[in-house]
Design a protein around this ligand. Sequence first.
Ligand SMILES: Cc1ncc(COP(=O)(O)O)c(C=O)c1O
Length: 404
Amino acid sequence: MGFDPYVIREDFPILKKEINGKSLVYFDNAATTQKPKQVVEAIRDYYFNYNSNVLRSINTLSSQATELYIESRKKIARFIGAGEEEIVFTKNATEGLNSLTEIIPKLLGRKLTVLTSIMEHHSNLLPWRRMVSEKGGRLIVVGMNEDYTVNVEEIEKNLENGCDVLTIVHVSNVLGTMNPVKELCKLAHKHGSLFVIDAAQSIPHIPFDVSEIEPDFVAFSGHKMLGPTGIGVLYVRKKFVEKIEPWDLGGGMVKTVTLEDQVYEDVPFRFEAGTPNVEGVIGLATAVDYLSRIGVSNIAKHEADLVKHLMEGFDEKIITVHGPLDSTKHMGIVSFNVKGIHPHDVAQMLDADGIMVRSGALCAEPLVNALGVNAVVRVSFYLYNTLEEVDRFHESLRKLRGFI
Ligand SMILES: Cc1ncc(COP(=O)(O)O)c(C=O)c1O
């Protein structure tokens, strides 16, 4: 069963806003999504009725807040088919990926050979590059196929030669194409490599189940899936949670401390030093409830309709779409250039009509350069976008013809 985006929109007060005298069209969901009333209400309810630190004091208020916090972790874990002990809260996907450059060298106890791809967001490239430059090891970057997914053969060849980590973006934030993570995970494990998924653009938009894919680590952000900013998740596969060392130390992650030694808390609490982002966790759990109620596969179908309508309306004489011409291969994201007009100018002209898009290198400069440009315009959808909004976008784009 699908859903009615017009009913959904009632939960998002911001969508009633006007920008430059026009009703807001928000097509920048890959950057961050809007938040429904339910998420904002849950955060307000926490502050008005439960605000207290968690996992510390034994007073009633703290116990209630702790219960909410623990329940929230369970919901978030269930959403991706994980166990609650496999969910480590971070501030965002970027922090999760950076943490891995501390965690994995210690786990394996050697300099790492890391395999990644040209399709990565800077968050899945720069931390690994710094790691090899500071700690030694090697970073290998594989290319893309003609279908704008990673080159699996090149990956397998490198894995055969011996790699420690394969880390790949699931859905590209530039192209919207989806990499075959299940197949890549099997290959990585077959050749004795760990497998990391940057799922920042997939978990919000398509069904994602760690028990089916079996990755070792997964990073994603709450703010790209209706949740608040400042909360993310690093999924750590059960077989590693007891083996990895805490990377941050401090309060809340130890059972006992003497001047000489300490005993760490149980997992995953030992990985969350300091006061956690309680409102963020509660907000994200509420977002997950919201998404589960609608059904992520229904959201994927809705986005597919929007992408189809978007791409059908493009005039190929002036628009160059990056990525496959088959709209079904774009998971809610389409990047393009308009002949003779800089992407920032296109974005500004759309903005004048109340339409919010992203332009530039999209924090994936090597990929954008590989497309033969240094900037693109990106449209990215979510569940509250409508076909009518896509029509408005095309109408606005048609005005650009005059400038060409
Ligand atoms: C594919 C991908 N990975 C990682 C990130 C980083 O997410 P965050 O900025 O929430 O850490 C993004 C953000 O756009 C992304 O699109």
